[in-house]
Write a protein that binds this ligand. Structure first.
Ligand SMILES: Cc1cc2nc3c(=O)[nH]c(=O)nc-3n(C[C@H](O)[C@H](O)[C@H](O)COP(=O)(O)OP(=O)(O)OC[C@H]3O[C@@H](n4cnc5c(N)ncnc54)[C@H](O)[C@@H]3O)c2cc1C
Length: 90
């Protein structure tokens, strides 16, 4: 938590992980900054693509989106609490 013109969250690295994290946190924090050392995001590993098979890429993208849809902050919180409760009970 900051005051004045500061940021609530600072993320170092504007690759796919840093940008996805900023997107995921945006609904909860008004002031997020992504610090990237290059002149543009995605210049390192995130700018690479091993897949040249268009059909395989389409299939994997669709599967990835289906998989990602199974996760949410609420589910993560519920399942994390459940793990702690199990540990406490044992
Ligand atoms: C050749 C290659 C092909 C790939 N092909 C695929 C594929 O087809 N499909 C797939 O799903 N994955 C693929 N991957 C893997 C995927 O690219 C990576 O897992 C993913 O991009 C990692 O994202 P990242 O945000 O963690 O890292 P990065 O994209 O590397 O981002 C890290 C960022 O942090 C910045 N940074 C570092 N230090 C600092 C600092 N001190 N201050 C400010 N900024 C900093 C860097 O400049 C960089 O932009 C491939 C990877 C490679 C190398």
């Amino acid at each position: 938590m900051t005051t004045g013109s500061g940021y609530h969250i600072a993320i170092v690295g504007g690759g796919v992980v840093g940008c996805a994290l900023a997107l995921a946190l945006a609904p909860r924090f008004k002031r997020i900054v992504v610090l990237e050392k290059e002149s543009a995001p995605g210049m390192h590993a995130s700018g690479r693509n091993s897949l040249t098979d268009v059909e395989l890429r389409r299939f994997l993208c669709e599967r990835g989106l289906t998989q990602a849809a199974q996760f949410s902050w609420d589910r993560t919180a519920r399942e994390t609490v459940a793990v702690y409760q199990n540990v406490v009970q044992e």
